[in-house]
Ligand binder design. Sequence first.
Ligand SMILES: CC(=O)SCCNC(=O)CCNC(=O)[C@H](O)C(C)(C)COP(=O)(O)OP(=O)(O)OC[C@H]1O[C@@H](n2cnc3c(N)ncnc32)[C@H](O)[C@@H]1OP(=O)(O)O
Ligand SMILES: O=C(O)CCC(=O)C(=O)O
Ligand SMILES: [Zn+2]
Length: 480
Amino acid sequence: MCPHLNGDSLPNDPSQMVAVDLSNGTNGTAVHASSVKTNGANGHANSINARAQELQRRNPYAPRASDFLSNVSNFKIIESTLREGEQFANAFFDTKTKIAIAKALDAFGVEYIELTSPAASEQSRRDCEAICKLGLKCKILTHIRCHMDDARIAVETGVDGVDVVIGTSSFLREFSHGKDMAYITKTAIEVIEFVKSKGIEVRFSSEDSFRSDLVDLLSIYQTVDKIGVNRVGIADTVGCANPRQVYDLVRTLRGVVKCDIEIHLHNDTGMAIANAYTALEAGVTHVDTSVLGIGERVGITPLGGLVACLYAANPEYVKSKYNLPMLREIENLVAEAVEVNVPFMNPVTGYCAFTHKAGIHAKAILNNPSTYEILKPEDFGLTRYVSIGHRLTGWNAVKSRVEQLGLKLTDDEIKDATAKIKELADVRTQSMDDVDSLLRVYSSGIQSGELAVGQKEALDRLLRMHREHTTTRPSSPPPA
Ligand SMILES: CC(=O)SCCNC(=O)CCNC(=O)[C@H](O)C(C)(C)COP(=O)(O)OP(=O)(O)OC[C@H]1O[C@@H](n2cnc3c(N)ncnc32)[C@H](O)[C@@H]1OP(=O)(O)O
Ligand SMILES: O=C(O)CCC(=O)C(=O)O
Ligand SMILES: [Zn+2]
């Protein structure tokens, strides 16, 4: 039986854990230089520079110009589980599941949901229409090739906007669609103007941006910005970019276009969350995510990980935007739909995300959770645990359990009992029930005078008697 205090449970075997409720603990919240939204107009960038230089003159530790470009506290999520996520090898979402996921994401508070192209199949088109009719708070987008045939189908579905994409790297120009930059630019203009004429949002994105020629990229982005695209998108389609490259490209683009900038980052080298954070620092306004990061190959920036990272930067802002306690439910919903487990090391919902083990950690956590926690479990509707029944435990952790059990032991007695727990845990990990029995036997031995600190043999005898009693006692008859 899980011995936690407030009825929550871990998805794993919690028998060695004890939950600690320190809701009145003094978790620190990071303080952040305020950020201003910039639309990248050069005049604006210059005035930010002048303001920052003035601040720096007065105080060298004052925010720099780059800090004012940051959108770490001013961003929108484009949730693409129902588009990129459907490209995950294991994914098959029937209509009911798509609707459940869309509703859950909307209740969580994402600003946009991106859906598979209605050109993909007849059912994809019908599902897109069905989700548009749900009346969700968030905006619904669909994602199409840069082609008039796809655009004509997309605008008839009832979406709030269309995300248009075409590869600009030499790899994709040669081996995917075979079109040159002149053709891409001409078609992009045609598609964007068509979608705009329907009165809905349109975004233009270059696929494989980080392996595209910078002059080609900036020139097509500038062209589509001039004709009034709502957003341009940068895509690290193969997951090759590092944070420095992301920062440089976004920052350069920020100086070239006035419209919003979206970023889409694959996680092939494990950089997707770091790259998304860096992209926000450099001024992107929209970040693509999927639940658990599912997508092509190893997928993209995961919703939960990104939210955790941005919460660490500005908890109040993130809490005000998103229903954080829903994260676990959404991840479980998607994990079940695509038949995978939530990874053990997942931020926030990984099965030991809020479990503290080593004695040194446990003592400090019990005094103040901020010592070893950057995320507050209670903000995500979760519980903090301290694991006790192992050889790395310490007397402070044991003392907290003694107090929870309502036992009366002095510190010396607790240290003595801790030594016994360690001795037993050197042989095998002790469950919480094992620890509790030991503490109860120890305490009753002390109260009855059968035991004093350091009487190892007497304690062994009492434990042996307790074990024999509990294992040989005949089971009680069932209640009448
Ligand atoms: C990086 C990304 O994740 S982008 C999004 C990926 N999403 C999808 O692919 C959605 C699901 N896809 C599908 O259902 C199908 O691939 C469809 C309906 C889009 C196209 O199917 P098909 O016509 O059978 O073509 P197929 O998939 O074999 O090849 C892609 C075609 O699109 C063209 N193409 C590829 N990318 C683009 C683009 N961004 N813009 C315009 N055309 C493109 C290719 O040249 C090729 O054309 P072809 O028929 O002249 O050879
Ligand atoms: O449309 C986009 O921005 C991204 C498309 C995509 O999935 C990718 O390039 O990986
Ligand atoms: Zn992608």
